[in-house]
Design a protein around this ligand. Structure first.
Ligand SMILES: [Mg+2]
Length: 110
């Protein structure tokens, strides 16, 4: 039985996915967005996210334009992950909740 937080997260992801699918379909991009291409796009956008940190000191805070650019790359990763989840029929929110539970069991608090 999902808790309130789980239901809210699932609803938010469903709304985002619906809008992404509308954007995709209005441009007739569905055929190109195969699972392989979407998985590759997740990795490519993750690389762009890493670029935002390249040559920065490891503990440097980020703000202003640099933070906005980083947020945009994070969104790109997230968007492709949502599209991939939809294409594969994966409930991404459910998978994340399940993974958190696994991690909590694997690494109990000190
Ligand atoms: Mg990008």
């Amino acid at each position: 039985m999902p808790c309130k937080e789980e239901e809210a997260a699932a609803g938010e992801l469903a709304g985002l996915t619906e809008r992404l699918l509308r954007f995709r379909d209005e441009r007739e991009w569905r055929e190109a967005q195969t699972p392989k291409n979407l998985a590759m796009s997740v990795a490519i956008e993750a690389g762009e996210l890493l670029e935002r940190f390249q040559w920065r000191p490891g503990d440097a805070d980020m703000e202003g334009e640099a933070l906005a650019e980083t947020a945009a790359e994070m969104a790109d990763v997230f968007i492709y992950l949502l599209l991939l989840a939809d294409r594969l029929g994966v409930d991404l929110a459910r998978a994340a909740w399940d993974k958190i539970e696994i991690n909590e069991g694997r690494w109990p608090p000190n």
